[in-house]
Design a protein around this ligand. Structure first.
Ligand code: IPD
Ligand code: CA
Ligand code: CA
Ligand code: CA
Length: 269
């Protein structure tokens, strides 16, 4: 993608994100229609669907050749990442949106032939926009995020992760994860994968590990994190596939091998 196209797309996507965010904020107190999807805790609201439709409708009108991968069903069914593909999570952190009315984000990643070009993660209620253009650095609002420090120690690291790692699970032995938690400085759980990736990019947590995320949870975050000097793979150190679900280890590069080689791989089931 050439520079002009990237800049034009960035400006357009940013405008739509701010508009969509304003609508959500405006209606934050309105009664919600909440339904469940795969299980009673897998929530979706009319606001998730309306926000996704807001983007899909505009993208299809303005850029008829572009393709869309998105959570709530208005996108395309893609077999590859050829061309320009928008990967959209209209509300990442729906449980937070429903229960807390904050700590949720709009996540939009734009890829061209599989390469991450533009990423936006908008914390709607905090009015904070994380963004990146390929080769242009990562930003928190107008502030350019510094490259992550190269000397982070695992023992001084804070890692975003959820409780499932400590429950019996199919991926990694729980006792190995208990040892991991005792090794690091602390854990955090924010309930929005997109925001957790943005926080790794910002350096306020040093890593984020999760067992299974969809492409829309991570598409923008991977680009923003990469521009901040972070690294992301699946739990075993392999490349992430944006056409399927993945386990994720996204972190400051200086602690990657301690997370993966010294812990996850050792407990691999
Ligand atoms: C969820 C959030 C959550 C993560 C879940 C995701 P949603 O996305 O990112 O933090 O743990 O795996 O599904 O459903 O709120 O868009
Ligand atoms: Ca969801
Ligand atoms: Ca999500
Ligand atoms: Ca969502």
């Amino acid at each position: 993608m050439d520079l002009d196209t990237r800049n034009t797309l960035y400006d357009q996507a940013k405008k739509w994100i701010m508009e969509a965010g304003a609508i959500i904020k405006d209606q934050i107190g309105a009664p919600l229609e909440i339904t469940t999807k795969s299980n009673p805790n897998d929530l979706v609201t009319t606001m998730d669907k309306n926000t996704e439709y807001f983007f899909v409708n505009r993208i299809k009108r303005e850029f008829p050749n572009h393709l869309i991968i998105s959570e709530e069903g208005y996108g395309d069914d893609l077999k590859d990442l050829e061309g320009t593909v928008w990967i959209i999570d209209p509300i990442d952190g729906t449980m937070n949106f429903v229960h807390q009315k904050r700590n949720f984000a709009i996540s939009v990643g734009i890829y061209h032939d599989g390469i991450g070009e533009i990423g936006f993660i908008y914390d709607v209620m905090d009015d904070t926009l994380y963004s990146a253009k390929r080769g242009g650095g990562a930003y928190k609002n107008d502030f350019r995020l510094p490259t992550l420090p190269a000397d982070r120690k695992i023992t001084e690291s804070i890692i975003g992760m959820n409780h499932y790692w400590l429950c019996e699970n199919r991926l990694v032995d729980e006792t190995v994860m208990q040892h991991f938690i005792r090794t690091i400085r602390g854990t955090r759980l924010y309930g929005s994968a997109a925001l957790e990736l943005a926080y790794v990019a910002e350096g306020i947590i040093d890593g984020y590990i999760t067992m299974s995320l969809a492409p829309w949870d991570i598409a923008a975050g991977l680009i923003i994190l990469d521009e901040a000097g972070g690294i992301s793979t699946n739990a075993w150190g392999a490349d992430i596939n944006l056409l399927s679900t993945n386990s994720i280890v996204a972190c400051n590069p200086s602690i990657q091998s301690q997370i993966i080689d010294d812990h996850l791989q050792k407990g691999r089931k």
